[in-house]
Design a protein around this ligand. Structure first.
Ligand code: RIB
Length: 303
């Protein structure tokens, strides 16, 4: 039985490094093409598994080479893929440009991820994980259904609202932790988030809509934990970013495994910050996700 069930996306990332992002109408030359296992759901599954959690993935791929490639990556990281269905859609892909500063720009072709259904969630009802991880690269109705089922069964849920989109209040109130970055929080709340006070103000509006704990990831400024009246800023670790792709996923997987391991929220966020910082130092999504050993060594060396 898995500790963590991730219900979400699997993408083949088609990645090119470029000196800068092309302007509209501009053609520029970049590096060779890299095909890398990704997708926010699958990345978070691998991130938690590399931290030692037992993880199962629920999602969809196509019956094509990319689908096989993504399943192999999950399996080689000991993620249970019993509930990843191969259907007649194309496997999801992400077209990614990484610039000279390690920042990325991503266009998704949702493919099979768009078919993940409430019935898929019901088919996995044999699972009773300690925690469910949700993101927004699969249909919102499936995410809402999963949150309802988890709530009824007393299973804790972490929602990473990425990519950001409108969220019904019911979903916000059903989950235990909602973890957006600054951009996502701005889009979710209509409040421009560019510093700690604005992050707190925006997070408070999610609490007013029923959220229990909001954790805002703030890049080099760390993370802000807002739980009721208690607000805590948790510093991060300074690194030279090579590629920030999946740094947020490393944070979520690290947070989930630390929480399951019994750490209190602020300590789990500190641990997650170390996971995110480490992921930013390596190229690619799943290849950049740190192991538990790497994270403990890094965190104790820099704390
Ligand atoms: O969070 C990073 C991920 O976003 C990439 O792996 C890409 O597939 C997109 O889903």
């Amino acid at each position: 039985m898995a500790d963590i069930l991730v219900i979400g996306s699997l993408n083949a990332d088609l990645v090119v490094r470029a000196p800068h992002f092309p302007l509209p109408g501009e053609t520029i030359s970049g590096s060779d093409l890299h095909i890398i296992p990704g997708g926010k759901g699958a990345n978070q599954a691998v991130a938690a598994a590399r931290q030692g959690a037992s993880v199962a993935m629920l999602g969809r791929v196509g019956q094509d080479g990319f689908g096989q490639f993504l399943l192999e990556s999950l399996k080689s990281n000991l993620v249970d893929v019993t509930h990843v269905r191969a259907d007649d859609s194309a496997t999801g892909t992400a077209i990614i440009v990484v610039d000279a500063n390690g920042q990325n720009s991503i266009v998704l072709s949702v493919g099979a991820n768009g078919k993940v259904s409430p019935a898929d969630v019901d088919n996995a009802s044999g699972f009773t994980p300690g925690l469910i991880l949700l993101q927004l690269e699969i249909p919102i109705l499936t995410v809402l259904h999963a949150a309802r089922v988890a709530h009824q069964r007393g299973i804790r849920v972490i929602l990473n609202p990425a990519p950001a989109q409108f969220l019904p209040d019911e979903l916000i109130s059903l989950v235990d932790f909602i973890i957006p970055n600054e951009t996502e929080l701005s889009l979710l709340t209509g409040i421009e988030v560019n510093d700690i006070p604005s992050a707190e103000q925006a997070a408070q509006t999610l609490l007013a809509r029923g959220a229990k704990h909001v954790i805002v990831t703030l890049g080099s400024k760390g993370a802000l934990v807002v739980s009721g009246k208690q607000v805590t800023q948790v510093d991060t670790f300074t690194v030279e970013a090579i590629d920030t792709t999946a740094a947020g996923d490393a944070f979520i997987g690290g947070f989930a495994s630390a929480l399951l391991g019994g750490l209190e929220i602020e300590k789990a966020v500190k641990y997650a910050n170390a996971c995110g910082a480490l992921a930013a130092t390596k190229f690619g999504a799943q290849p950049s996700l740190p192991t538990r050993e790497e994270t403990e060594k890094f965190g104790s060396g820099l704390d």
